[in-house]
Unconditional design. Structure first.
Length: 407
């Protein structure tokens, strides 16, 4: 079982592994030692001796050691993540912390993901170079929160050991939270990646964003620009498979535009106007049409028109009532593998008729449009209305960082 053991000789963290192995984080020195040296190293048998001392009066023997390493735990964050947006730092090169939260590699991966799609967008001529400035501001603030969390987490463990009842309460959703339970839950958010929330900038809409349409961020939406897209299960219309909507578009550098189309009987005209607006020559969508659009294979499911956008349409209707050729305008219907029925019950919104709409906080009749960045974070949410308003709003949003402007 995963646990931490403290004794007067130091501490050990125990993490069960595959094939009946166990990983032990064994303290061999402390910064409070008189002869403290952060570069201190130790042989395998010295580390084992340390473990034996800490575990007294219990004993431990090894059948074999799969791997061992000695490392200092240090917190650090580099002042800059980039030099003039030409040289970039990511991973352990710019932030280190204790391995307790298991976040080092996770954070390094997310640094790489955040940077990779932005470099692609700039180098392919889609985005302005200033988009790259958001790498440092977004990822450095995540590392700062992680270091702050890491400090509090380590302090909680070293000051007072949680009682077994508190550990139980934290994992069973006990309503009365104390400091330990709160921090434990925060740890889960970090470990799952859901704790990351980027601040407002040209990508993550806020009332200070240059796109000022009143259709932005409709009342009631539960989506937050800068946070991960909310999970939802829906039925893919063409093959009746129930799928996780948030996993449908691969990480391929495309913005994912989720058109929650509401009830087709109510929103038909708005959906048609939206589709017409997208096809208009001055729209953000048409501006980045693939040069080889006439030769694209019939089997291309994610990027038939543009390498920078994938359109997904979710109708608040039962699958059996949806007829793509009748209910979905051509430009959206071309993405036939991305047309979905919002007809899967969800216990988080038990009374909703269209659970995915409800989970997003969008009107189940009128819908709404959600722009999700290529890395899965919400960029902006807009109402779906009749006329050109919705596409105009998105034109303004994309004008804030695209190389082309659309007003
Ligand atoms: C014991 C331990 C347990 C951990 N457990 C977890 C965990 O459970 N979950 C988690 O998310 N993270 C964990 N981490 C943290 C994780 O391993 C690191 O955060 C992650 O490896 C950082 O990746 P990186 O690519 O930034 O750096 P590194 O993995 O250090 O990669 C840098 C690479 O650059 C190479 N290099 C260095 N200098 C040069 C040079 N001059 N020229 C060419 N190559 C060079 C190095 O050899 C190395 O291969 C753990 C770390 C430790 C020490």
């Amino acid at each position: 079982m995963k646990c931490t053991i403290h004794s007067e000789h130091g501490s050990i963290m125990v993490i069960p592994r595959e094939d009946s192995m166990v990983r032990l984080y064994i303290q061999i020195a402390s910064s409070t030692d008189a002869d403290w040296n952060p570069k201190k190293t130790a042989t395998e048998s010295q580390v084992q001796e340390s473990a034996k001392r800490i575990l007294q009066p219990y004993s431990i023997e090894w059948e074999r050691v799969e791997w061992y390493s000695v490392y200092p735990i240090g917190q650090g964050i580099s002042e800059r993540y980039t030099l003039d947006q030409r040289v970039f730092l990511g991973g352990d090169a710019c932030h280190t912390h204790s391995p307790k939260a298991g976040q080092g590699m996770n954070t390094a991966f997310l640094d790489a993901l955040n940077l990779a799609w932005k470099i692609h967008a700039v180098e392919s001529g889609f985005a302005d170079r200033h988009l790259l400035e958001t790498y440092e501001s977004e990822r450095k603030s995540v590392a700062e929160s992680l270091l702050d969390f890491d400090n509090r987490y380590a302090k909680l463990f070293s000051e007072r050991q949680p009682a077994a009842s508190e550990v139980q309460a934290a994992s069973s959703g006990e309503p009365h939270e104390n400091e330990f339970i709160k921090t434990f839950k925060e740890a889960c958010e970090f470990t799952s990646g859901y704790g990351v929330a980027y601040g407002a900038n040209c990508l993550n809409w806020s009332p200070n964003h240059p796109a000022q349409s009143p259709l932005m961020h409709p009342k009631g939406t539960k989506l937050r620009p800068g946070s991960i897209f909310i999970n939802a299960d829906v039925t893919r219309v063409v093959d009746a498979n129930v799928i996780h909507l948030e996993q449908e578009v691969p990480l391929n550098g495309s913005f994912r535009i989720f058109i929650f189309a509401g009830n087709p009987c109510v929103s038909r005209q708005a959906l048609l106007d939206f589709a017409n607006g997208l096809s208009g020559a001055r729209s953000f969508y048409a501006a980045y049409t693939r040069p080889d659009v006439d030769k694209v294979s019939h089997h291309e499911i994610h990027n038939p028109h543009s390498l920078f956008f994938t359109l997904c349409t979710v109708l608040a209707s039962k699958r059996s009532r949806i007829e793509i050729s009748r209910d979905v305008p051509d430009v959206l219907a071309r993405y036939r593998d991305h047309v979905y029925a919002d007809d899967i019950w969800d216990r988080r919104v038990p009374n909703a008729k269209a659970a995915a709409h409800a989970k997003m906080g969008l009107d189940e009749e009128k819908g709404g449009v959600v722009v999700v960045r290529p890395d899965g974070y919400v960029g902006v949410v807009a109402s779906l209305v009749e006329g050109s308003g919705t596409v105009d709003a998105l034109n303004d949003y994309f004008s804030a960082f695209c190389a082309k402007k659309f007003s």
